[in-house]
Design a protein around this ligand. Structure first.
Ligand code: SAM
Length: 256
């Protein structure tokens, strides 16, 4: 059921069928419950040439085909009528690298339009004329189309919607929420092929568990994502936890 607070997304894509991949798990449930709603507009339906062609050869030469601006502009103008307050996103490898900060900000909007390119990309005049608010990339690699990038963004934004997750705390404890990677997680059994669960997690001492998790999160981020750690101003307690982690790691390596 649609309500004022429904998180509505119009996707402009040649392949709306691909988005059935979102009909599973947390996101699938959120869509069924009306927490979020997806609408599709297909540039093929707006083709100005015979046989639904919406691409053409690049001016100046070069390989492949380029999506024409006009069918995409027709889609965005239709989307505007449905979602007049929408924020417009173009998925492109030349965009800003997508981060948790983008997801947090975008998930606050109630209406988004996402544009998925195909072929060798899109005529630049579409981007200029469509008043795109944000160009986003999901990484320094090239996909065949924007659909998988849009699905990644939709999934991440829907997770942030109130009531989308069974436990509202989950989204706040995930990696990146506090600028750190998440601490390692364990579940049954206690021993697996001689590997035991860290004993602190079985202690029932919640303060000690919180501190252990914080230390692991700081340590992991230091080990694997120094770029994230360097953006944070660590408290003296965090610095002490990180030093602890580093000495434990050194001791572990000396014993190997
Ligand atoms: N020739 C383009 C270039 O080198 O930048 C790549 C075009 S790509 C084959 C076709 C479409 O896939 C793009 O228009 C964009 O919508 C999407 N795409 C590809 N890689 C992407 C990425 N890393 N992030 C977001 N979208 C991407």
């Amino acid at each position: 059921m649609t309500s004022k607070s429904t998180f509505k997304i119009a996707v402009i894509t040649l392949f709306p069928e691909m988005f059935t991949a979102l009909n599973f798990g947390v996101v699938g449930r959120a869509l069924k419950q009306g927490i979020s709603e997806l609408t599709y507009l297909n540039p093929r339906d707006e083709a100005t040439r015979n046989h639904g062609y919406i691409d053409d050869t690049p001016y100046g030469g070069g390989p492949g085909m380029i999506m024409q601006a006009a069918p995409l502009l027709a889609c965005i103008r239709k989307a505007d009528k449905i979602f007049p307050h929408a924020y417009r996103i173009l998925l492109t490898p030349t965009g800003q690298p997508m981060t948790h900060e983008h997801v947090k900000t975008l998930s606050q909007h109630r209406e988004l339009i996402m544009v998925c390119g195909r072929y060798e990309g899109i005529d630049q005049r579409f981007t200029d004329l469509a008043h795109i608010d944000l160009e986003l990339s999901i990484g320094d690699f090239v996909l065949s189309g924007g659909e998988i990038a849009a699905m990644a963004l939709i999934d991440a934004c829907i997770r942030q919607q109130p009531h989308a997750l069974g436990d509202a705390q989950s989204a706040h404890q995930d990696s990146f929420c506090e600028g750190l990677l998440e601490a390692p997680q364990y579940t049954r059994p206690k021993i697996l092929e001689n590997k035991t669960v860290p004993s602190i997690l079985l202690s029932g001492n919640h303060a000690a568990i919180r501190q252990w998790r914080r230390k692991q999160a700081l340590g992991r981020t230091w080990q694997y994502r120094l770029d994230l750690l360097s953006r944070l101003k660590l408290s003296s307690t965090d610095q002490a936890l990180l030093s602890d982690y580093q000495s434990e790691l050194n001791q572990g390596e000396e014993h190997e």
